[in-house]
Ligand binder design. Structure first.
Ligand SMILES: [Zn+2]
Ligand SMILES: [Zn+2]
Length: 132
């Protein structure tokens, strides 16, 4: 656990620690807590932002072999937290996290659905409709 970034220092000096990070801490915390407004923001952002979408697509393409028959036994909050860490350039999520995100309707909607929606829109594959 880290204490997170200090965006507003008392001295007024903004620290640009993670300039590539588009997702505000408030959204991140809100999504982990399951708050609708923040989940909507994240979905919208992933649809619009290629920089944040790219790691998700890379993950989807690289992990197709993982079996997702059953949700892994980790809570949504933990899986979401690890996904955010990955989006920020951290370690790839482990299999349990990936399995959770892909098998949990709520989490899948948040991360992979927006990315996949964009892929489908861009490439228009002939054989969509594969459901588990
Ligand atoms: Zn972004
Ligand atoms: Zn979940």
């Amino acid at each position: 656990m880290t204490t997170g970034r200090e965006d507003r220092m008392p001295g007024g000096q903004a620290k640009h620690v993670v300039p590539a990070l588009h997702i505000p801490d408030a959204v991140r915390v809100g999504v982990i807590a399951g708050m609708d407004e923040h989940e909507l923001w994240l979905q919208g952002h992933l649809m619009a932002c290629e920089g944040c979408r790219a790691p998700l697509i890379a993950l989807l393409l690289g992990r197709t072999a993982v079996k997702v028959a059953r949700p892994a036994e980790i809570p949504c909050a933990k899986a979401r937290s690890l996904m955010f860490r990955y989006l920020e350039g951290g370690a790839h999520p482990d299999d349990a996290t990936f399995a959770h995100i892909t098998s949990c309707d709520l989490c899948d909607d948040l991360f992979f659905e927006p990315a996949q929606a964009v892929i489908l829109r861009e490439y228009e594959p002939e054989h969509v409709g594969e459901v588990d």
